[in-house]
Design a protein around this ligand. Structure first.
Ligand code: ADP
Ligand code: MG
Length: 595
């Protein structure tokens, strides 16, 4: 029996329209979700050149009949819903019946598929919506779909793709969203012939470990405690990190009925449960799975289906917060470290502890338009003495001695260590400068200056990006709009719950603006910023964090010199605005003691 039928237009219109395939990652998501909907137990993903050249998904699902293989590529062809009514009781991932139609319109697709009851399978080849071949073939049960040369007939789209590294990261992010909810399905992910992930069937916990459990990401399931609550309204289970294992960059995942979701309001519930247990910019990692009656959620408010509206969000907020709190409390994890005896180790501080911000003074010689390749090539001759004077006046910490001045010497040697620190010799020892924090501090001052007086340089986006927001975020962004525009974001409200981003601050040029704007909103909310000045500080701080040269970047000597000169031109440069050490001294005395 053929199982695919066409959706009536009335139903199609009830389904929020949206561009389905924006990049390789969205294509991968649709293909893998189809395999899952087809009941696959083993799914292989094969990618070449971050999906530009090839995206292949092989499954052992139910396969398709000859007729279905052809129909599957028609718009609104789906085997998953027949009436609008069905939308409310959805249990499958896809339902619009437009993914394959969209994919085959912008790529060269070759698919082989066979159902268990059929002796022969079907091969179908479609190039830009034209069927170029359909014939019987012999193939295993299941579906093997190869999407080659994505956007081959839409050159602008193709050009718009980011670097392979970024697109691969996007592919993996989509992949994580899926594999974390299907631990009973085995997955592999191969990129350019290298197996990046091999995920055997297991429990949720084993799956999290298999995906993230490596020393680099610092996410081990042993670092987590389990959350488990069942009420009439909702069942919540999952894992939340012990506060002492929190890091700056967290893995935060919510899932509802087997689907990844973004939910800033529930994220706030988790953050609230941690309040008092983390330093201000430490984030808790969590993997939280909700099970709820599908009638109590609306999966369809957002075209990419990651925003989900719950019928009674306030109650669930309370339940979630209480269950996370209980899980953390059970293990009595409140910090008990005696701050006075621990030197300058990074100790989680309560979030409500006031953070001393440096007073920001703008550098009037800085001209953001005059960049010539290095970080700050337009630099005026640096006042190197100030580096030492500054530190001399203010000892780095009570334990380290103050630093004597050393000759003003522009030829001072500098080295980079571990692609993370810049080492500069001084009269009494070695200065260690944290490159990322140094650059962030410099940028912070610049952004604050721009916010106070000038218009930031904006770069037009070739394709506007859409920022979808929840209601509270819409309110928040309204308050920040003037400052966001001053700093270079060109934002226009598109609908009651979205903005289009047409331009971004020049410094952001090759980064996706959406996560950055989201980060700004989260930051403003979590720091409880509610004056104009505080909003500006959060905008400047977030942009600085996101655009500063990262740890891991190898710097040339002129770049190091420029950065250090910029840094020492700041009135305060020993610490970042959130109190992290930027410059530290390894004194000659300390060195001598080691020998
Ligand atoms: P949707 O998933 O929204 O129904 P798609 O365009 O993604 O729409 O797929 C259209 C139809 O093709 C699906 O409803 C399903 O019947 C069939 N199909 C797609 N991929 C597979 C697969 N991997 N295995 C079996 N059937 C598939
Ligand atoms: Mg689908």
């Amino acid at each position: 029996m053929d199982i695919i039928h066409l959706l009536p237009d009335s139903v199609a219109n009830q389904i929020a329209a949206g561009e389905v395939i924006q990049r390789p990652a969205s294509c991968l998501k649709e293909l893998v979700e189809n395999s899952l909907d087809a009941g696959a137990t083993r799914i292989q993903v094969i990618v070449r050149d971050a999906g530009r050249t090839l995206l292949q998904v092989i499954d052992d699902g139910i396969g398709m009949s000859e007729m279905d293989a052809r129909l599957a590529f028609e718009r609104h062809a789906t085997s998953k819903i027949r009436e609008a009514q069905d939308l409310f009781s959805l249990r499958t991932m896809g339902f619009r019946g437009e993914a394959l139609a969209s994919i085959c319109a912008v790529a060269q697709v070759e698919m082989t598929t066979r159902r268990a009851q059929d002796e022969t399978g079907t091969l179908i080849e479609i190039h830009g919506s034209d069927v170029v071949r359909q014939e019987p073939c012999s193939c295993p049960v299941g579906t093997n779909i190869k999407v080659s040369n994505l956007f081959f007939n839409v050159p602008v789209r193709r050009k718009f793709l980011k670097t392979d590294q970024t697109e691969l990261r996007n592919l993996l992010t989509e992949f994580y969203h899926i594999v974390l909810v299907y631990p009973k399905v085995a997955f592999t992910f191969v990129h350019n012939d290298e197996i990046l992930l091999e995920l055997p069937v297991g429990t949720e916990k084993q799956r999290i470990e298999a995906v993230f459990g490596n020393p680099k990401r610092n996410v081990y399931t042993s670092a987590f405690v389990e959350v488990h609550t069942e009420t009439e309204m909702v069942a919540i289970r999952g894992f939340v990190i012990k506060p002492e294992n929190a890091t700056r960059k967290a893995e935060q995942y919510f899932f509802v009925n087997g689907r990844y979701m973004r939910h800033p309001y529930f994220q706030k519930a988790v953050m609230t449960a941690y309040s008092g247990m983390l330093t201000s910019d430490y984030q808790p990692s969590f993997f939280i799975y909700f099970d709820i009656d599908p009638e109590a959620i609306d999966v369809n408010i957002h075209p990419t289906k990651t925003e989900i509206k719950f019928a009674d969000e306030q109650t669930i907020f309370q339940i979630l917060m209480a269950s996370v709190r209980e899980a953390l409390g059970k293990f009595s994890l409140a910090p008990t470290i005696d701050f006075d005896t621990q030197g300058n180790i990074d100790i989680p501080l309560p979030t409500d502890q006031p953070v001393n911000r440096p007073q920001v003074v703008a550098d009037p010689t800085y001209n953001p338009f005059r960049t010539r390749g290095t970080i700050y090539p337009d630099l005026a001759p640096a006042n190197w003495e100030s580096l030492y004077e500054g530190i001399q006046n203010e000892p780095i910490n009570p334990i380290t001695p103050s630093i004597p001045s050393i000759p003003n010497n522009e030829d001072l040697p500098m080295w980079q260590y571990g692609a993370k620190y810049i080492l500069v010799p001084s009269g009494q020892g070695l200065l260690l400068i944290h490159q990322h924090r140094a650059h962030a501090a410099v940028l912070y001052a610049q952004f604050m200056e721009q916010l106070a007086q000038t218009q930031g340089a904006s770069q037009q986006l070739l394709f506007p990006e859409i920022l979808n927001l929840s209601q509270d975020e819409m309110v928040l962004i309204g308050q920040l709009l003037d400052d966001l525009r001053t700093i270079g974001f060109e934002l226009e409200q598109l609908s009651p719950d979205s903005y289009s981003i047409q331009g971004v601050p020049a410094q952001l040029a090759n980064q996706s603006p959406i996560p950055v704007l989201q980060h700004i909103l989260t930051q403003v909310r979590e720091r409880g910023a509610n004056t104009r000045q505080e909003w500006r500080e959060q905008i400047a701080w977030t942009l600085a964090q996101n655009t500063a040269i990262p740890t891991g970047r190898v710097l040339t000597e002129p770049e190091m010199r420029d950065l250090v000169a910029r840094l020492i031109a700041l009135p305060q440069y020993r610490r970042t605005s959130d109190g992290k050490t930027i410059v530290s001294l390894l004194s000659d005395d300390e060195l001598a003691k080691r020998f």
